[in-house]
Design a protein around this ligand. Structure first.
Ligand code: GLU
Length: 295
């Protein structure tokens, strides 16, 4: 018996849904519906500085308008903070986390001045890797700053985390076999921020495991993140989903269609008179479209 296919669409409510989002959602929806599986909706609103309630409310409305129905209740990450805390505690108990007190400016200065400064092109997917300043902090100094209540992030001790692995990590990319991971490119990734209780990497892998997601569909822009997600899955003993990273939708100028580039929200396209079917076809980048919902 083969396992049920479970996919998900996991937007962050930092703006209205645009065609790029629809492409991700449609890919997950279709994979689940074709296999008679489940398509889940998850709101990744862990970052209080960027997420807005009005965008959150609009996500369900826009998906419904397009006929992209989901199964079961919507999981809203901000309602589950204690669960992410448990993961952080588990990693901390194993000595895989450390508090980082550095400000952005201090990190930039350190990178610029230290011998560990990366050469251009050596930066990781999230910019130049953190030089590990607070990993080397004297334990007494660390304890003093913690007890003084100094604001801090929590970082993964990447060398320690890698040392726990039996061998190299990889993931299964649908239709392409296995892809080798290199999570060290991220340096000591932030798993809890000063201004957010847990990071995207931590919450997304926790929730994919908790919700039994078997196939993660998302844009190529998140492919590098999969390396660190596989590491977290290995550290936490979580199951490994398959991945399908889809090409990003490009605007007429050939540039990436992103919210900040002024991509039109789905709701505006609907208001302008496009039908749901036309919007789904645009999201696929083909005027004919494929198997689309009966909207
Ligand atoms: N929440 C992420 C975003 O909106 C996507 C998460 C994922 O699909 O892994 O960019």
């Amino acid at each position: 018996m083969t396992a049920e296919v479970v996919t998900r669409f996991a937007p962050s409510p930092t703006g209205y849904l645009h065609l790029g989002h629809v492409r991700s959602a449609l890919q997950g929806w279709r994979a689940a519906r074709r296999a008679g599986g489940r398509f889940l909706l998850r709101i990744e609103d862990i970052d209080p500085t960027r997420c807005r309630p009005e965008y959150r409310a609009a996500i369900g409305e826009d998906l419904r308008a397009l006929g992209l129905d989901w199964n079961g209740p919507v999981r809203v990450q901000s309602e589950h903070l204690p669960e992410y805390r448990l993961v952080l505690n588990s990693l901390a108990r194993r000595g895989l986390l450390y508090p980082c007190f550095c400000t952005r400016a201090e990190i930039a200065r350190e990178i610029a001045h230290s011998g560990a400064a990366p050469h251009p092109g050596e930066a990781g997917p999230e910019g130049p890797a953190y030089p590990g300043t607070c990993r080397r902090l004297d334990p007494a100094e660390r304890a003093r700053r913690l007890s003084a209540g100094e604001p801090h992030a929590l970082r993964l001790d990447m060398p320690a985390a890698l040392a726990t692995l039996d061998g190299p990590l990889s993931y299964a990319e649908q239709g392409h076999g296995r892809v080798r991971c290199d999570p060290a490119r991220f340096g000591d990734a932030v798993l809890a921020r000063k201004d957010a209780p847990a990071s995207y990497h931590l919450c997304v892998t926790h929730d994919d495991a908790l919700q039994g997601v078997t196939l993660v569909t998302r844009g190529e822009d998140l492919r590098a993140a999969t390396d660190i997600h596989r590491l977290l899955q290995a550290l936490m003993g979580w199951p490994e989903p398959r991945y399908a990273h889809h090409p990003l939708l490009l605007g007429p100028d050939g540039k990436r269609l992103a919210k900040r580039d002024g991509a039109k929200p789905v709701r505006q396209l609907l208001r302008e008179g496009l039908s749901p079917r036309e919007i789904l076809a645009l999201a696929e980048g083909s005027p004919a479209g494929g198997a689309t919902p009966a909207a």
